[in-house]
Design a protein around this ligand. Structure first.
Ligand code: ZN
Ligand code: FE
Length: 243
């Protein structure tokens, strides 16, 4: 499966699945960015996948609908204009011949869903799971976001993780402050080197995230070890909000 990123706004990535001159895009917040790629690379737009209602993920839908051939797949939320197929947990659909299943991942927003392609081990997780971190809580509860992340960490280790924002380095700076851990420090150096070369830090993988992402509760900072995982998660999320 060929996947590339279209940069948008300050730090968004609009992920594009490409096959035989067609692309399907995930979370097109900015129509212009996608239209430029369609024109410059002589591609046509097949489907749109949407993870949640925030404008930086949905802002381009209406304009792109004018040029696309397929459907807009997204959360069952009437507040998002332009959704053709409203999805729920375990729903399946096919885009460009690839089958995706839907994982409900509320917390960042209540309507948030993630897309998993089992056959190709690919996950589009929007603003739920970031590399080295997770989304802020805007609408859900700590418990909901905790549960959503636990669902994602249960996917196979070799699952490639495509998040919507380039927040990796900032997340690792926070993580390093919480825990002294060689894997996290090494990975941070790695990411810094990539970004300095103008490369991006994504995709990640579930295997990598288990080693570097404290919000997945595989590594717990010493001062939180006396807490239940849910409580430790909540405390970490609060610390990150105030970081
Ligand atoms: Zn968001
Ligand atoms: Fe976002």
């Amino acid at each position: 499966m060929k996947i590339f990123h279209i940069p948008a706004f300050a730090d968004n990535y609009i992920w594009s699945i490409e096959k035989e001159g067609k692309i399907s895009v995930v979370d097109p917040g900015d129509a212009k960015a996608v239209l430029n790629v369609l024109e410059n690379q002589n591609l046509s737009l097949e489907d749109i996948l949407v993870t949640h209602h925030h404008y930086d993920h949905t802002g381009g839908i209406n304009e792109l609908k004018k040029v696309m051939q397929g459907k807009v797949y997204g959360p069952d939320n009437l507040a998002i204009e332009g959704i053709d197929v409203a999805l729920k947990e375990n729903d399946q659909f096919t885009t460009l011949g690839y089958e995706f299943s839907v994982i409900e991942t509320p917390g960042h927003t209540l309507d948030h869903i993630s897309f998993h392609c089992h056959e190709k081990n690919v996950l589009f997780c929007g603003d739920t799971l970031f590399s080295g971190g997770c989304g802020r809580l805007f609408e859900g509860t700590y418990q909901q976001l905790f549960n959503s992340l636990q669902k994602l960490v249960g996917l196979p280790n070799d699952t490639k993780v495509y998040c919507t924002h380039e927040y990796t380095l900032a997340n690792l700076v926070f993580a390093e402050q919480q825990i002294s851990d060689q894997e996290i420090s090494n990975y941070k150096k790695n990411v810094e080197a990539k970004l300095n070369k103008g490369e991006i830090s994504l995709p990640s993988s579930i295997e990598i995230e288990k080693k570097i992402n404290l919000f997945l509760m595989q590594k717990i900072p010493n001062d939180l070890k006396h807490l239940l995982p849910e409580e430790s998660f909540k405390e970490l999320r609060i610390r990150k909000d105030n970081f």
